[in-house]
Design a protein around this ligand. Structure first.
Ligand SMILES: Cc1cc2nc3c(=O)[nH]c(=O)nc-3n(C[C@H](O)[C@H](O)[C@H](O)COP(=O)(O)O)c2cc1C
Length: 372
């Protein structure tokens, strides 16, 4: 059924198609929750996992950027997502960049976007999160700095702090989006000193909550598949560990175009933006593996980039991811993608003799023999 809807959607501009999808999902979650839940149901004890002090019915969730304004949380539960990351949320409401700003590359099963952190702002989204809580599944809030280059230095840190205060009381975890490639000034917070200052402000705010949240950071993919690592990732990890950051989301979209086999003229016509989907898969998995080995499994890794099947999710898990997310896979495969991934993942775990997802985490790494 999605195939026909998809053919229709893919005739529209990607952003219009996305907005239409959101309208349909909102109608579905209001009018037909029971029917949809039965349609997308799949549960397996093998997929159940405990990480970051929370319980997840499955390790597969929706990545940041799809539900920027946290309007679809019940829908993610209906689809059988294990968790949902909403946002990125910024202190001030923002319209983002000029349209068009999202482009499908169907031949590569990829998307290029330069949305520019459009969202309704932390106050409004915080009220929505409060109204919907307790949520039917674990909800991560993704926080970023307001898309405005004049907000910098101490003001940039306060921007994050404002969003944190407005939204964190109604969430299960928080992801600091350090790596959005679509900010006017670049990746300001993917810098060890900036991250240190940011965490110095956010961690005490978190400790003051009735229920402090696990804090994660979201990084960009490495610059090549060979993963010649710049020491910056190591420094970011050192700073994170010093502030008791619980995990890393790997990875955000890719600014370069070397992963694509698409005519240059087409890329020139699209212009700048972050690349997501199939071409990103192995590069983000390389980062997952690196992070898992470097931290010896002591930090929770959330693997994201190019996942659209159970085998892809399994690859990220075996590389060290305890949780997995997708965005572009949902665009190409439709809402049943979560059900299919879960079915296939449960089968793969069973085939390989793993009683739970947790047992498979890091199985393909140097430290797979780590005692649990
Ligand atoms: C249109 C679009 C908007 C996105 N917006 C955000 C965002 O606001 N915050 C964020 O952390 N990641 C954002 N992402 C990145 C995704 O969360 C994810 O890291 C990336 O797309 C790789 O996963 P995928 O290959 O499954 O899409 C966005 C991705 C797309 C395609």
């Amino acid at each position: 059924m999605y195939e026909r809807f998809r053919r229709f959607l893919f005739r529209l501009d990607p952003e219009r198609a996305h907005n239409l999808g959101i309208v349909a999902a909102r109608m579905g979650q209001r009018l037909l929750p029971g029917m949809l839940e039965r349609r997308f149901a799949f549960e397996s004890e093998r997929l159940h996992t405990e990480v970051l002090g929370q319980s997840f019915a499955s390790p597969v969730g929706i990545a940041a950027g799809f539900d920027k304004n946290a309007r679809l949380i019940p829908f993610w539960g209906i689809l059988g997502c294990g968790f949902a990351e909403v946002g990125s949320i910024t202190a001030k409401r923002s319209k983002g960049n000029r349209r068009p700003r999202a482009f499908r590359l169907e031949e590569a099963q990829a998307i290029i976007n330069r949305m520019g952190l459009n969202n309704q702002g932390a106050a409004r989204i915080g009220r929505r999160l409060a109204k919907g809580s307790p949520h039917p599944l674990p909800v991560a809030i993704s926080l970023a700095k307001t898309h405005d280059p004049s907000i910098e230095g101490a003001a940039a840190i306060e921007d994050f702090a404002t969003s944190f205060s407005a939204c964190a009381p109604f969430a299960s975890m928080v992801v600091l989006n350090l790596s959005c490639p679509n900010t006017a000034e670049g990746r300001t917070f993917e810098d060890p000193n900036a991250l240190d200052e940011l965490l110095t402000r956010i961690v005490p705010l978190n400790q003051a909550l009735d229920n402090p949240l696990p804090i994660l950071i979201k990084l960009s993919p490495p610059v090549s598949d060979r993963f010649v690592l710049d020491s910056e990732v190591d420094e970011l990890l050192d700073v994170s560990r010093a502030h008791n950051v619980a995990g890393v989301v790997a990875s955000n979209t890719e600014s370069g175009r070397d992963l694509l086999d698409v005519p240059q003229s087409k890329l020139d016509a699209i212009g700048p933006g972050g690349l997501s989907g199939a071409p990103l898969r192995s590069r983000s998995t390389a980062l997952v593996r690196y992070l898992y080995e470097k931290t010896e499994g002591t930090m929770t890794i959330v693997g994201v980039g190019g996942v659209s099947s159970g085998a892809h999710a399994y690859e990220k898990i075996r590389a060290g991811a305890s949780l997995v997310q997708l965005y572009t896979g949902m665009v190409y495969e439709g809402p049943a993608v979560f059900q299919r991934i879960k079915q296939d993942l449960a089968g793969l775990l069973e085939r390989d003799g793993f009683a739970t997802v947790a047992e498979a985490v890091g199985a393909d790494t140097e430290i797979s023999a780590r005692p649990v």
